[in-house]
Design a protein around this ligand. Structure first.
Ligand SMILES: NC(=O)C1=CN([C@@H]2O[C@H](COP(=O)(O)OP(=O)(O)OC[C@H]3O[C@@H](n4cnc5c(N)ncnc54)[C@H](OP(=O)(O)O)[C@@H]3O)[C@@H](O)[C@H]2O)C=CC1
Ligand SMILES: CC(=O)[C@@H](O)[C@H](O)COP(=O)(O)O
Ligand SMILES: [Mn+2]
Length: 382
C-alpha cells in the first residue's frame, strides 16, 4: 500500500490522480491533500477519500472546514499548511500538482523529509531546478516525471546509458493557435486560447500551450530532470499528441513513447515506477490510425516564448526564475482580460532584461527575484 500526499487535489492533474487512486484501492491510500479555493470539490474529495491532513489556501476556509468536519481531520492553511501536507504526513510519495512556483517550498520540504516526488508542477524545476535536483540527490529521493513528455522520455531512457544520448526530442501540439499567423494573434480572445486541441487542462497551462511557453518550460524541466545540455534538447511540432516525446541515440536509433492523450497513464507510472499496473480506463491506441500523424519544424520566431525559454535556460541562474514569475503574472493578466495575448511575451522579455541576474542563487535569492519580478510586471500596468 503506497501512501500519497496530493498537492493541488482539485485541479486537472489532482482529479486525474484521484481517479487513478480510485481504480486501485488496494494499492494506494490518500493521506493528505491540498487545494486552493474550490471548497465544493475539496469537500467532495474529503468525504470520498478521508485524508488525514487537509491544507487550504486561506485561514477562513480552514475555519469553515473545521466547523463542518469537527476534529477528525488535521486542517491547516497557507504556505505552512502546504508544507505540512507535503512533508509532515506518513506519505511515501508527494504528487506535486499545484499551479505555479508556490509548489517550490513544499517540494523542498518533502524532499528533506525523504519523500519521493511525482512532479507535475514544472514551474518548481524552472524556478529552482539546481536546488531541487541537488537536494533530491542528497536525500536519496526520486523525482518522478508526471508531465507527459518527460514521462515519455523517462520511459525511453529506461536502462540506457545517458552518455549514448544524441538528443531529446519533445513534441509540441502547437496549442490553440497553431494555425494562426503572428498578425492573427493580435486580437485572439481568452476563450479561444482556452480551447486546447488535444488536452483538457487547467487554465494557466492551456494558455502556456497557446504561447508555446509550456514547451519552453518543458525544455528547462527536461534539462534538470535528465541532466542534458540545452544544445541536445529539440522541439518538433506534432499536432495529434500521440507521440509524447522521443530520445535519439548515438547509433541513429530513435525511441518514442506513444499513447492516446490521457494524463492518467503518466500519473500512474510515476506512482508505480518501476512497476506497471493495469489502467482499465485507458483507451488503447489504434495503430492503423498512425498514418494520420503530422509533424512540423518548430519556428522560434513564430513562437517567441520558446526562444525566450532557450535563452533563459542557457543563461541559467535566476534568468529562468524571472522568466517563470513574469510568465505566471502575465498569463494571469491575460486571463483577467487586462492585456492582449501578444503582450504576454513582451512582458516576459522585459522582465528578463531588467532583473538583477544572479548566477548561482540561494533559495532566498530565488524567492526575492520571484517576488520582485511579479512586482515589476504589475508596475508595467500602472
Ligand atoms: N493539466 C495537465 O494535464 C498537466 C499539468 N501539468 C502541470 O501540473 C500543474 C497543475 O496543472 P493543472 O492541474 O492543469 O492546474 P489546475 O489549475 O487545474 O489546478 C491547480 C491546483 O492547484 C491549486 N492551487 C492553485 N494555486 C494555488 C495556490 N496559490 N496555493 C495552493 N493551491 C493552489 C488549485 O486549487 P483550487 O482550484 O481549489 O483553487 C488546484 O487544486 C501545473 O504546474 C501544470 O503546468 C503538467 C502536465 C500536464
Ligand atoms: C499533457 C501535457 O503534458 C501538457 O504539457 C501538454 O503537453 C500540452 O500540450 P502542448 O504544450 O504540446 O500543446
Ligand atoms: Mn507536457
Amino acid at each position: 500500500m503506497k501512501k500519497i500526499s496530493l498537492l493541488g487535489a482539485t485541479g486537472s492533474i489532482g482529479v486525474q490522480t484521484l481517479d487513478v487512486i480510485e481504480q486501485h484501492p488496494e494499492q494506494f491510500r490518500l493521506t493528505a491533500i491540498s487545494f486552493g479555493k474550490n471548497m465544493e470539490k475539496g469537500l467532495e474529495i474529503i468525504h470520498k477519500f478521508e485524508p488525514e491532513v487537509i491544507a487550504v489556501q486561506k485561514k477562513e476556509d480552514a475555519d469553515r472546514l473545521r466547523l463542518k468536519l469537527g476534529n477528525s481531520f488535521r486542517i491547516v492553511f497557507g504556505e505552512e499548511g502546504l508544507i505540512e501536507a507535503a512533508a509532515a504526513t506518513e506519505a511515501d510519495i508527494v504528487v506535486s500538482a499545484v499551479m505555479g512556483s508556490v509548489g517550490l517550498l513544499p517540494t523542498i520540504h518533502a524532499i528533506k523529509a525523504g519523500k519521493d516526488i511525482a512532479i507535475a508542477n514544472k514551474e518548481t524545476l524552472v524556478t529552482a531546478g539546481h536546488i531541487v535536483m541537488e537536494l533530491a540527490e542528497k536525500h536519496g529521493v526520486r523525482i518522478l516525471p508526471v508531465d507527459s513528455e518527460h514521462s515519455a522520455i523517462f520511459q525511453c531512457l529506461n536502462g540506457e546509458n545517458p552518455k549514448q544520448i544524441e538528443r531529446l526530442i519533445l513534441t509540441a501540439s502547437g496549442g490553440s493557435f497553431r494555425d494562426y499567423t503572428r498578425s492573427q494573434l493580435a486580437d485572439v480572445t481568452v476563450d479561444q486560447a482556452l480551447n486546447h486541441p488535444n488536452w483538457s487542462m487547467g487554465a494557466k497551462i492551456t494558455i502556456d500551450s497557446a504561447t508555446m511557453m509550456n514547451k519552453g518550460l518543458e525544455v528547462i524541466e527536461a534539462h534538470w530532470l535528465f541532466n542534458i545540455p540545452y544544445s541536445k534538447i529539440d522541439v518538433i511540432l506534432h499536432k495529434e499528441s500521440i507521440i509524447h516525446s522521443m530520445v535519439e541515440y548515438k547509433d541513429g536509433s530513435t525511441l518514442a513513447h506513444l499513447g492516446n492523450p490521457d494524463m492518467r497513464v503518466p500519473i500512474q507510472y510515476a506512482l508505480t515506477y518501476p512497476d506497471r499496473l493495469e489502467l482499465p480506463s485507458s483507451k488503447r491506441l489504434n495503430l492503423w490510425e498512425l498514418s494520420k500523424l503530422h509533424f512540423g519544424k518548430m519556428d522560434q520566431e513564430r513562437f517567441r516564448c520558446l526562444k525566450l525559454a532557450y535563452i533563459a535556460g542557457e543563461k541559467g541562474g535566476t534568468m529562468t526564475t524571472a522568466m517563470n514569475a513574469a510568465n505566471e503574472e502575465a498569463v494571469q493578466l491575460f486571463l483577467d482580460r487586462k492585456i492582449p495575448f501578444l503582450r504576454i511575451e513582451d512582458i516576459i522579455e522585459k522582465a528578463m532584461e531588467q532583473h538583477e541576474f544572479i548566477q548561482r542563487p540561494t533559495l532566498e535569492e530565488i524567492q526575492a527575484i520571484d517576488r520582485l519580478t511579479r512586482q515589476y510586471v504589475q508596475s508595467l500596468l500602472n
